[in-house]
Write a protein that binds this ligand. Sequence first.
Ligand SMILES: NC(=O)c1ccc[n+]([C@@H]2O[C@H](COP(=O)([O-])OP(=O)(O)OC[C@H]3O[C@@H](n4cnc5c(N)ncnc54)[C@H](OP(=O)(O)O)[C@@H]3O)[C@@H](O)[C@H]2O)c1
Length: 388
Amino acid sequence: MGRVHVVGAALRPLVVLGATGSIGSQTLEVADRLGIPVVALAAGRASAALAELADRYPEARIVAASPPASDARSVFAGRLEIGSDAVVDAASMPGAIVVNGIVGAAGLSASVAALDAGNRLALANKESLISGGPLVAAALASGGGELIPVDSEHSAIWQCLMGEELARVRRVILTASGGPFRGRSALDLESVTVAEALAHPTWAMGRRISIDSATLMNKAFEVIEAHFLFALDFDRIDVVVHPQSFVHSFVEFVDGVIKAEVGPPDMRKPIQFAITEPDRVPAPVRSIGLVGTTISFEEPDREAFPALDLGYTAGRRGGNAPAVLNAADEVAVEAFLQERIPFPAIPDVVAYALESVPHRELDSIEDVSVSDQLGREAAARAVGRMPR
Ligand SMILES: NC(=O)c1ccc[n+]([C@@H]2O[C@H](COP(=O)([O-])OP(=O)(O)OC[C@H]3O[C@@H](n4cnc5c(N)ncnc54)[C@H](OP(=O)(O)O)[C@@H]3O)[C@@H](O)[C@H]2O)c1
């Protein structure tokens, strides 16, 4: 086999947002292997992990969204840029591929900025689409950039749709592993611990998405993400539980043909594809042995995991409802991680916030911020009322 040949888009420099996280570190592994220059790295905090990256990438801009403690500044030897405006500025670097691996609604401004600048946005930060789907769609339409999904399910759908017409899609079917509590009853879930909820059976991920996978809120988010990415209404987006996580999603076409993307659960695959698309280049991803491999599918348990239907409800309401869903979930997940509320209270808190925040349409990032704040306040009220 000859040298890895990376064509077209992949020669463009990489901006990695959320560089110290799970997606960020896997992105850097892909970039190093393919020899792609990294021109900017951003994280939430000026942490030791970010300082290590500054050493590893001496040419890259180094950005932290929040200011460091004064004694930490010197570690960065004057290279540190600080503030969310600096993150947005990095996302706007001309001609870049921007991998957005920020966690939470904080990722939205950077996504919009990358698309406004005409960049390729390789989007892992699903909250950009949940909180501000209409704004991301508008920036994509006006800025001349590209939006390629990194979430494995949406990457799968994207690949199944290559060379196809969206109008010929009957439905998409997102697969869900079911998380660590698949098969448990609503009653069983009362007593689960934080450590159990963080122990995802098939994927190694950041803390928030791990809890969201355990509640199925992550799948609820992915339903909304699919709605915005593929312009599908919610009746054409289904979810099926597939515990082995080999099938990353299905697309069913009007003639009854179903396509799927199948492979081991490994985020380096969709990350790499979002960078090299439409090209494919070799990757050190193992093949799954088909013979002797069992794959199975089940209906999601909507009673034990009500978060899934909250996603459909918020998505169908539109406007600010998905932003409220996301903001309230961030608060509820944090409260669960701090052992202030039990696991089944997470969807209860989110449902309360969805019912209490008034509906409005979203025309700007400020509108999203207001709804995000109202969602957080409502969720905090609900958390405060929960028995300890
Ligand atoms: N991990 C996966 O396998 C996976 C799969 C599909 C989709 N996703 C999505 O990808 C996103 C990242 O997930 P993750 O699992 O990689 O999370 P993670 O491991 O918690 O990492 C999050 C990263 O975001 C940074 N960050 C936080 N706030 C920021 C801000 N305001 N500006 C810039 N950077 C900020 C963090 O830096 P600090 O630590 O310094 O705050 C960290 O580098 C999420 O939206 C998640 O849903 C992840």
